[in-house]
Design a protein around this ligand. Structure first.
Ligand code: HEC
Ligand code: HEC
Ligand code: HEC
Length: 481
């Protein structure tokens, strides 16, 4: 059996490839996956919808003020001229170049830089802004969309090809408003619809940290989208409909740690970008937040407090441990493994507990869960196949062996409203992770019908009450990369 970890530290089945990143522990291996790409594919469906949909004024937050684009562009033009005239040379980590254009230089403290590094981890900037095998933050990761592709920009402090000439204000505007230094609207492939909630002080700290990253000369031509999506103006409708800028405001009725958790989950962590379903126009329906959503063939599980499909049966400590190590009531087997590896494992226990506290407060909702169908005639077949191929490890009663083989009874991966992850796991296997050994791939031993039967069997056995809605054609789909 091929060991997927030979080719890459990450999961082969997420079609990942990653390069060695040198020896610096803080910039350790970064694994890229297609995760963010498919998210982007989704985004572009929204853009199409946004381009052709009439602006809906009601969709905007009453407190938000539409950005005065004209004024912003004028400001940008004049600032750009100043920058080229002055011809600034940036002393990395010491001078905030563009503030120097307008205000006296503000020294950057090492404390601020350290905080910025931590926050950049929490926001997982590195996953998108690093190409496979490329220098950290030097950009160039290809994000495919159905309408052409984008390459992520270089955000190292190189003055010509990176953000070396950006001011703290430019940087704040990019993260908070989604407008780049040239004054153009950015595509929401850059998750500024979440980053807008980050405070000014924290964005400044991330900026200070990025100034200390090794400048890399890497000119990236970002936009390779097809007409008309290559025109940034096409973003205006999307923004009108779905983008509400505004910094996170703490809820005084809640504890400080709840607020910290909300800030990390809703802002920096952009967890809902994967875990919340979107409507046809690509907007989030507030009442369905965190109920789970498909992403790159995987299913980002329900994070509400629903007892069977969500985190209802997890304690705050269970959740915090999962986020830190990947070990828990389920194990991250797909995109979430990458989030843990590149981002969450660097966070403090206090912050992870705060995130867990916030997640635990999300009311139970299993509305995405499909209705349960009647008994399935293929159940006996599924039971026999399970007994032959799976029970040796996961046990006939689905309880697994504590610490060795995860239990499938009451397992969120198995119970998810979408059976995608079962197909992925059975077809692709799982490399050893945390406390667990590897799980073999069954792609060559089982055909599509058999896999669907097993999936339905595990979804409906030992008290599991997910819909037996796995089909052979779904399995066939997951066989093809
Ligand atoms: C999901 C992928 C993704 C993540 C995560 C992400 N970015 Fe981006 N970022 C992009 C893409 C794509 C663009 C290009 C957007 C455009 O030009 O419309 C971009 C653009 C930018 C730009 C503008 C650069 C330029 O030259 O125009 C900055 C600055 C930036 N990102 C900083 C960050 C920081 C800081 C973080 C973490 C807090 C971050 N990004 C996280 C994908 C991402
Ligand atoms: C040789 C032992 C072994 C066999 C046989 C096996 N598994 Fe697994 N399975 C594992 C291990 C070990 C893990 C956890 C791997 C990890 O997370 O690193 C796992 C994980 C899983 C998961 C993900 C659970 C989670 O919490 O993320 C599912 C679903 C699963 N197996 C289903 C099956 C099915 C269905 C079969 C039969 C077709 C099967 N397994 C056969 C060892 C096995
Ligand atoms: C790139 C997409 C993506 C992002 C971003 C993401 N997740 Fe996930 N998450 C997933 C997927 C997919 C799964 C299930 C399959 C797997 O393990 O990859 C998952 C699983 C989980 C689980 C396990 C749930 C269960 O019932 O077993 C938890 C808890 C979780 N994520 C929390 C978070 C938190 C908190 C954040 C934000 C800091 C986050 N996720 C960000 C994709 C994502």
């Amino acid at each position: 059996m091929a060991d997927p970890r030979k080719s890459c530290e990450c999961h082969a089945m997420v079609a990942v490839s990653c390069g060695a990143r040198g020896t610096d522990a803080t910039q350790s291996n970064v694994c890229q996956s297609t995760v963010h790409r498919s998210w982007i594919a989704k985004t572009f469906h929204w853009i199409v919808a946004g381009v052709f949909a009439p602006p809906q004024t009601g969709a905007r937050d009453a407190h938000s003020v539409p950005p005065n684009r004209k004024r912003l562009r004028e400001l940008t033009r004049s600032r750009k001229r100043t920058a080229s005239r002055v011809g600034l040379v940036v002393a990395i980590g010491v001078l905030d170049a563009a503030i120097a254009q307008t205000k006296p230089a503000r020294p950057v403290s090492s404390d601020q830089v350290r905080r910025g590094e931590y926050l950049a981890r929490a926001a997982d900037c590195i996953s998108c802004h690093t190409a496979n095998g490329g220098a950290p933050y030097a950009g160039g990761l290809r994000l495919d969309t159905p309408f052409g592709y984008m390459l992520t920009p270089n955000i190292t402090p190189d003055p010509d090809t990176g953000i070396g000439r950006w001011s703290a204000n430019d940087f704040y505007r990019a993260l908070h408003d989604g407008v780049n230094k040239r004054g153009a609207d950015m595509y929401p492939t850059m998750p500024y619809d979440f980053y807008t909630r980050i405070t000014r002080a924290d964005i400044d700290a991330i900026f200070a940290y990025l100034r200390t990253v090794k400048p890399e000369r890497n000119a990236v031509d970002v936009n390779h989208l097809d007409f008309p999506f290559d025109i940034r103006m096409s973003m205006i409708a999307w923004r009108e409909l779905y983008f509400t800028k505004g910094t996170y405001t703490p809820d005084p009725a809640k504890t400080a740690s709840w607020n910290r958790g909300a800030y990390l989950v809703e802002g920096l962590g952009h967890c809902s970008a994967c875990h919340s379903p979107r409507n046809l126009l690509g907007g989030f329906e507030k009442d369905k937040d965190f109920t789970g959503a498909g992403i790159d063939g995987w299913f980002a599980l329900n994070l509400t407090s629903d007892v069977t499909t969500g985190l209802g049966a997890w304690t705050v400590n269970d959740i915090a441990t999962y986020l830190k190590t990947g070990a828990g009531k389920t194990t991250p087997v797909g995109p979430m493994a990458e989030v843990v590896r590149n981002s969450l494992r660097y966070l403090t226990d206090t912050d992870l507990k705060a995130m867990a506290e916030y997640l635990k407060s999300i009311p139970a909702d299993s509305s995405v869960l499909a209705d349960r169908n009647g008994p399935d005639p293929t159940r006996a077949q599924g039971a026999a196949l399970y007994s032959d191929h799976c029970s040796g490890c996961h046990q006939a009663n689905g309880r697994g062996i504590s610490g060795v083989f995860p239990q499938l009874a009451g397992n969120g991966v198995v119970l998810a409203s979408d059976p995608a992850n079962i197909f992925k796991v059975v077809l692709g296997g799982i490399p050893a992770l945390g406390k667990y050994t590897a799980m073999p791939s069954f792609a060559s031993q089982l055909d599509d019908h058999q896999i669907a039967d097993i999936a339905n069997y595990v979804r409906t056995s030992w008290g599991n009450t997910a819909a037996p809605d796995a089909t052979a054609s779904m399995a066939a789909k997951f066989r093809r990369p």
